[in-house]
Design a protein around this ligand. Structure first.
Ligand code: ZN
Length: 430
């Protein structure tokens, strides 16, 4: 699948300081040490293309972009893969409701998503694969699981063939990523696509591997499995395996993917005799008007609508940066107003020039510390205030003074706008 055009990136001279991310699996801040030395591999769970792109999506892909940029800044080669869940119930339901072909609906939403990502200057993934174009490989993974005795059939009263499930009981990997109790799993499984109460399942959390063809739904031939379509988690297992290789370094997505999606994707890999991701950072949920953004509540804030209202992409990024990626937060107009002020102040300061190695070092440090963007904004606020005040006071030597005071003259690069562009994807010279 064609992704989008990446922004031009002018990396700073590499700084060896490792990126540290909070790992949901262990609950610890973990330095990213690539399994393949010198080459970091990042998997970002993608959209189901029927309601793209709202702010919750933007928060997730912004955080993944910061991980990508931070890894590049440490001097690593970075490989990123992302999927598109274009074979999925909500997409089919929306297509049916709107009387459009599901492929057309998916294509239009994928295009909209790409436009939004490009506007937000998110670096494009190296592999960007949809389920429909990956079908042969996904079928192959389900067949391998079946050959390893990990798949079983469940009778399907409303169709001719049987559905196939993954038998979690054999490998004991359930809960490895989430650490959730059975009660916590039960609380979210059904609302996130699971079917804990289905008769014939061996374990309530066994995930659907292959769904037999139902009338009016798209279906693919899969040999012994029969005609049908894949379950949700197996798609990411195939796309990660074929693009990055298993195991790999980081899998990220919203905190609503911790269970079942990331937990059970990893369980699939274990059932294949492989490992999955090493570190799992998850992004918080975005609320609006007092409630978590969701299509059922009708309070989604769409990126393209914000852009149409004349809100600059850099302003959206600054609003996102004002919240730590792991925090849940609420979108509001006052957030936008503050970001507009910041962008104006930062651009004014950027225009005044000067070398500030200590500021650049502090920005790098903040990004490396679990993407601490609120701290980075604190650094930039102080920088902009100092530079602008110094200029207003007509003290041409103030910048030299600041550098001398910190003893930072030879510490490293000091071009703040270049650093903000490379690390945070915001062009202050525009
Ligand atoms: Zn995924």
């Amino acid at each position: 699948m064609h992704s989008w055009t990446s922004p031009a990136i002018s990396p700073l001279p590499a700084s060896g300081l490792p990126l540290r991310l909070h790992d949901t699996r262990t609950g610890r801040l973990t330095p990213i040490t690539p399994l393949i030395p010198g080459r970091a591999r990042l998997y970002v769970c993608g959209i189901t293309p029927y309601d793209a792109t709202h702010l919750g999506h933007a928060a997730t892909y912004h955080a993944a972009d910061l991980m990508h940029r931070a890894l590049l800044d440490t001097g690593l080669e970075v490989e990123v893969a992302q999927n598109i869940t274009d074979v999925d119930d909500p997409l089919f339901e929306r297509a049916h409701r709107d009387q459009v072909d599901w492929r057309e609906l998916a294509a239009s939403q994928v295009e909209l998503f790409a436009r939004d990502m490009e506007a937000l200057r998110v670096i494009a993934p190296h592999t960007y694969a949809s389920v429909s174009e990956s079908m042969d490989g996904i079928i192959d993974v389900v067949q391998r699981l079946n050959a390893r005795g990990r798949a079983y059939q469940v009778e399907t009263p409303d169709a001719e063939g049987d559905d196939w499930y993954l038998d979690l009981g054999q490998d004991g990997a359930l809960g490895d990523v989430s650490g959730y109790s059975e009660q916590q799993m039960m609380a979210v499984f059904a609302e996130r696509g699971g079917d804990p109460g289905r008769p014939g399942k061996r374990n309530p959390f066994d995930p659907l591997l292959w769904s037999t063809a139902r009338p009016g739904e798209p279906a693919w031939d899969a040999g012994v499995l029969g005609r049908g379509r894949p379950g949700w988690h197996v798609e990411c297992v195939f796309i990660a395996e074929s693009s990055l290789g298993l195991p790999f370094d980081i899998q990220t997505g919203g905190s609503d993917l911790i269970f079942p999606h990331h937990d059970l994707s990893a369980a699939h890999a274990v059932a294949l005799g492989r490992g999955f991701a090493t570190v799992y950072p998850h992004t918080g949920m975005v609320a609006h008007e007092g409630e978590k953004m969701s299509k059922s509540l009708g309070n989604l804030v769409f990126i393209h609508k914000l852009l149409d209202q004349g809100i600059a992409p850099a302003v959206i990024r600054l609003v996102l940066m004002a919240h730590h990626y792991r925090a849940d937060w609420e979108w509001s107009q006052s957030e936008v107003d503050r970001a507009v002020e910041r962008l104006r102040d930062y651009r004014e300061a950027a225009a005044l020039g000067g070398a500030h190695p200590r500021v650049v070092a502090a920005l790098r440090q903040a990004l490396r510390s679990d993407l601490d963007t609120p701290a980075a904004l604190g650094v930039l606020d102080a920088w902009a205030r100092t530079v602008r005040t110094a200029d207003a006071d007509l003290e041409p030597s103030a910048e030299d003074g600041a550098a001398a005071e910190s003893g930072a003259g030879a510490e490293g690069p000091g071009d703040v706008p270049a650093a903000v562009d490379a690390l945070f994807g915001i062009d202050l010279t525009a």
